[in-house]
Design a protein around this ligand. Structure first.
Ligand SMILES: [Zn+2]
Ligand SMILES: [Zn+2]
Length: 366
C-alpha cells in the first residue's frame, strides 16, 4: 500500500516529527493531491508556539498549497464549471466546512466566524489524516474548493503570494481605496508586501511601506511602494514623516499588517481625519495596547475595520490577480529560499527569526 511522509507538530513547542501515513480511502466527492508546494508563514510559527486557540495537536501544518490531482472519486468541478482530472495542477481554499446555515453564515454574512469552520493545516488534526500541506500528499475532503492554476500562472508566483496575498486582498477590499488616495501599510511581511502591491494596483497615489527591516522596505518598493518609513526612528519622527508625505493631513487609508499592538495605535495617529484603518495583522493574540478614544477615533471620525481570515472570493480572485499581475509584482521571489520538505525546520526558523519574509516548501514524491 502507498504511504506518504508528512511533517507534524506533535504538540506546542515540541520538535517537528516526520510521520508516515497510509494512502487514504477516498470517500465520494473527495480527491488526493500529490503536493508540489506549500508554504511557511508567521501563523505556522504561532502554531509551533501554541499561540492559537482550538488547535487539535498533533497537526500537519501548511494551509495554502499547490498539488497535482492524483486521484478523484466521482466527477469534480471547479466554480468555473471546469472538470478536475488526474494530472491537473491545482490549489484549494484551506477554509472548509463553513455551514451556510448558522447565524454568522446566513444573517451576519460573516462566514469567517462560523463555528463549523475548519482550516487545513490549522484546525484539522493529523489523527484525521493528510489535512495539511507539509506533506507529500493532501486529502481533499468532499466540498473543498479546488481551482486550476491558469496556464500563465507559475506555481512559484502563486505560492510566493500564498496566504498573505489572499489576506491582503480581503484587507484592501475592506479599505475601499479610491484612485489617487494615499495609503500606508504598517509591516512589510508577506501580508504587507501584498497589501502594497494590491494598493498600487487599486490606483492609490502615495503607497508607503513602514517596517524596521531595510531589505523588506527595499522589496516593498519592487511591489509598488512609492516611499518608505523605517520604524528604527522614534515614533514622533515617524509621525512627522507621515505628515510631510501627506501635506500634514495623514493617510487616507492605513492597513495594519505587522501584528504589533503598538502599530494599531500608530495607524490611528497617521490616518487622516475621516480616513479608514484596517487591522489584519492580529490573526493571533499578540497582546493589547492603549488607545485614546477622543483623539484617535471619535474626534477624527476614523473608520476602523478588523479583517480576520478570508472567504472563497478572496482566494479565487487572488489566483486571478497572481496570474494577471505576476510579471509586474514579484511574488515569485518574495520567499528568499525554497526548502525541501525534510528541511522544514530550517524554513520555520528562518520565518521565526525574520531572516526570511516567508519560506516556500518544495515537496518531492518518493
Ligand atoms: Zn455557519
Ligand atoms: Zn499563512
Amino acid at each position: 500500500m502507498t504511504s506518504y511522509i508528512a511533517a507534524v507538530f506533535p504538540a506546542p513547542n515540541a520538535p517537528i516529527e516526520f510521520r508516515e501515513f497510509l494512502e487514504p480511502t477516498l470517500e465520494p466527492g473527495s480527491a488526493l493531491l500529490h503536493t508540489l508546494y506549500s508554504e511557511v508563514c508567521g501563523t505556522d510559527v504561532h502554531l509551533h508556539h501554541g499561540r492559537l486557540s482550538g488547535v487539535p495537536y498533533p497537526i500537519i501544518p501548511g494551509h495554502v498549497s499547490i498539488g497535482v490531482v492524483a486521484k478523484t472519486r466521482g466527477a469534480l468541478k471547479t466554480v468555473n464549471g471546469d472538470e478536475l482530472k488526474e494530472g491537473d495542477v491545482v490549489t484549494f481554499l484551506d477554509v472548509h466546512e463553513t455551514c451556510g446555515a448558522c447565524y454568522h453564515c446566513l444573517v451576519a454574512n460573516e462566514p469567517t466566524r462560523c463555528p463549523s469552520r475548519k482550516v487545513y493545516g490549522i484546525t484539522y488534526s493529523a489523527n484525521d489524516g493528510l489535512l495539511g500541506g507539509w506533506s507529500q500528499a493532501i486529502y481533499i475532503k468532499p466540498g473543498v474548493k479546488m481551482i486550476h492554476l491558469p496556464k500563465d500562472l507559475s506555481p512559484e508566483t502563486f505560492i510566493g503570494g500564498g496566504c498573505g496575498l489572499v489576506t491582503a486582498l480581503h484587507a484592501v477590499d475592506l479599505s475601499r481605496i479610491r484612485l489617487g488616495e494615499s495609503v500606508a501599510v504598517l509591516g512589510a511581511g508577506p501580508v504587507g508586501q501584498s497589501a502594497v502591491a494590491l494598493a498600487s494596483l487599486s490606483g492609490a497615489g502615495e503607497v508607503v511601506a513602514v517596517d524596521g527591516v531595510q531589505e523588506r522596505l527595499a522589496f516593498a518598493k519592487l511591489m509598488g511602494a512609492t516611499n518608505t518609513i523605517s520604524i528604527k526612528v522614534e515614533r514622533a519622527q515617524r509621525l512627522d514623516e507621515a505628515r510631510s508625505m501627506t501635506r500634514g493631513r495623514g493617510f487616507d487609508v492605513v492597513i495594519e499588517a505587522s501584528g504589533n499592538p503598538d502599530a494599531v495605535s500608530e495607524a490611528l495617529d497617521i490616518v487622516r481625519d475621516g480616513g479608514r484603518v484596517v487591522v489584519c495583522g492580529h490573526y493571533t493574540d499578540n497582546g493589547s495596547v492603549n488607545i485614546h478614544p477622543h483623539w484617535q477615533i471619535n474626534r477624527k471620525h476614523v473608520e476602523l475595520r478588523g479583517c480576520w481570515g478570508s472567504r472563497y472570493e478572496h482566494f479565487h480572485r487572488g489566483v486571478e490577480i497572481a496570474a494577471r499581475f505576476g510579471n509586474t509584482k514579484p511574488w515569485s521571489t518574495m520567499a528568499g529560499k525554497t526548502y525541501d520538505l525534510m528541511d522544514v525546520a530550517s524554513a520555520l526558523s528562518a520565518v521565526a527569526d525574520r531572516s526570511a519574509v516567508k519560506a516556500v516548501l518544495r515537496v518531492k514524491q518518493m
